[in-house]
Design a protein around this ligand. Structure first.
Ligand code: NAD
Length: 522
């Protein structure tokens, strides 16, 4: 398989051992439109259910995912080539708790908000803000975490009362079908539909009547999706690429930092939008740090497709392997030092965990998203140098600072141009803490996944004002001298005149009388 990985279409081979996988049939344009209509019909009943009812179903769905995990793990092993333990921890084991967290974060946000109105200015009236489901949400997913990157928008979309049509990546089309089946068993038939195919099917989905779209993927596709959504005037949430930096300060706990950086550089073979790709380490500890990191990385095992425990999987597809190899070659040609790795494993699309030292900004590995098991280390003079270089990136997803001084860590973390900043950890909140926003700046896009702040994509806000007053409002027609006097008194009241305030009651009575006279013709 190593010599001919590109001869196969996306998603047709297991990347760990080259086994052929069952074919997945692409969805036709008519079927895409029918899927949106089907989800719309199912949404009517689901959207009418109470928040508590939907929340209960979501928690039950999380449990069903755990109960049926063997099926998901098999699909993830086939499509991602990871070990089962890796996939279990990366995408499945936390799902019941994740569902509970989504419910906790949303309860207030999806409740009815009462707006208090001044009794003097707005007599007899009450006002509320009510969340209304958008209708059908289109979710377009990438291939790197086929379950988790779907769950992140799927759970809040459902909890908010929407139907959903999912377009999984053509590289990893199968686990979405498992998840949609569970949703439809637990929440109601047809609530989640899956359409299959490449970018053309994704584009068709955006154009087929969905009421909002959540896109997770690359910057270039994100721009296209945003343009299509703008044309249709539908909300669009974008979760795009990253080139995350870790700042290793000289007062860090070296052992824990080495383990943490290896974890979040090599997790999922670095195919993580929030993987650590750039490491800025203070010169004074750089030799020891690089030596320990290299030793750690060289012990890690790449999965071989048999499900047995292994630290990371292969690259998911041949194109990604080609990008990783190109970035490493470019770095070495420009003077980087290979500490460990830098080659294929010889099995499937496996690539050894790689540490490069002496990296600088002219190298692709420091500029473009590598999305592979490669940690590029650059030595910096001091903290200020590290911050400046970390921020010198078109992306801004997450970033981390490693130091024993937590106050210093938080100060530096706040200076990073990112959506999610960590001190002494990295990346894990996206898949484990749904109460926190998962969001970025710059070309990472403006989407917010997670937390109560995610809901503008999934609900619109209806303002409902109910007027129980018997009398007409004093500002209604006719526009006459009594209205002019009333208006002047209102202005005087707002400017602090007690006299004007005391006059308001009498003027209000006059206004009501004048309006009633006009209305009754007397
Ligand atoms: P991609 O942009 O190639 O594809 C993503 C999805 O979009 C796929 O389902 C694809 O079929 C579909 N698509 C392609 N062209 C389309 C079009 N014109 N209209 C509509 N849909 C279209 O991205 P990818 O390679 O699958 O994913 C990797 C990228 O995703 C990386 O850049 C990674 O950083 C990013 N990502 C970001 C986050 C985040 O939370 N910010 C999470 C995971 C992945």
């Amino acid at each position: 398989m190593n010599d001919t990985p590109t001869l196969q279409g996306p998603g047709t081979l297991c990347p760990a051992d080259g086994r052929p996988l069952d074919a997945v049939v692409p969805t036709t344009p008519d079927e895409v439109r029918a899927a949106v209509e089907g989800a719309r019909i199912a949404q009517r009943g689901w959207g009418a259910r109470s928040f508590d009812d939907r929340a209960k179903a979501l928690v039950a769905l999380g449990r069903r995912m755990l109960e049926t995990r063997a099926e998901a793990l098999r699909l993830l092993r086939d499509e991602m080539g990871r070990s089962d333990a890796d996939s279990l921890m990366a995408e499945i084991a936390s799902m019941a708790e994740f569902a509970k967290g989504v419910v906790r974060a949303a309860r207030k946000e999806l409740g009815v908000e009462r707006v208090s109105l001044s009794r003097l200015d707005f007599p007899g009236k009450r006002a509320r803000i009510e969340p209304v489901p958008r209708g059908v949400v289109g979710i377009i997913s990438p291939w790197n975490y086929p379950v988790l990157n779907l769950v992140k928008p799927l759970f809040p979309a459902l909890l908010a009362g929407n139907g959903v049509v999912v377009k999984p990546s053509e590289h990893t089309p199968r686990s979405s079908v498992w998840l949609a089946r569970l949703v439809n068993e637990v929440c109601g038939d047809g609530l989640v539909e899956v359409v299959q195919g490449d970018g053309a099917v994704g584009a068709l989905l955006v154009e087929s009547g969905v009421d909002a779209v959540v896109f997770t993927g690359s910057v270039s596709t994100g721009r296209k999706v945003a343009r299509m959504a703008a044309e249709r005037l539908i909300p669009c949430s974008l979760e795009l690429g990253g080139k995350d930096a870790a700042l290793v300060l000289r007062d860090c706990d070296l052992e824990r930092t080495v383990a943490g950086i290896a974890q979040w550089g090599f997790h999922n073979a670095g195919q993580n939008c929030a993987a650590i790709e750039r490491v800025y380490v203070e010169e004074s500890i750089a030799d020891r740090f690089v030596e320990r990191l290299g030793a750690f990385a060289s012990e890690l095992k790449v999965a071989e497709g048999d499900g047995a425990p292994a630290d990371l999987g292969p690259l998911q597809n041949a194109r990604q392997l080609e990008i990783v190899e190109r970035h490493v070659e470019d770095a070495l040609a420009k003077g980087a030092v290979l500490v460990t790795g830098g080659e294929r494993t010889g099995q499937g699309l496996g690539y050894r965990p790689t540490v490069l030292d002496g990296c600088h900004e002219d190298m692709l590995v420091m500029k473009e998203e590598t999305f592979g098991p490669v940690l590029a280390v650059a030595r910096v003079k001091d903290e200020a140098d590290a911050i400046r270089r970390a921020n010198d990136s078109p992306f801004g997803l997450t970033g981390s600072v490693w130091t024993k001084d937590l106050t210093r860590g938080e100060r530096v973390a706040r200076l990073l141009e990112v959506g999610v900043a960590y001190v002494n950890n990295h990346s894990f909140t996206g898949g484990a803490v749904p109460e926190l926003p998962w969001t970025g700046v710059k070309e990472t896009g403006y989407g917010v996944a997670g937390s109560r702040h995610a809901y503008s994509t999934f609900v619109r806000r209806r303002a409902l004002l109910t007027d129980g007053a018997k009398a007409p409002d004093p500002w209604w027609m006719p526009i006459d001298d009594t209205l002019a006097d009333f208006g002047e008194a209102l202005v005087g009241r707002s400017l602090g005149s007690l006299g004007a305030f005391l006059k308001l009651g009498g003027l209000l009575g006059k206004r009501v009388k004048a309006i009633k006279a006009l209305a009754s013709g007397k």
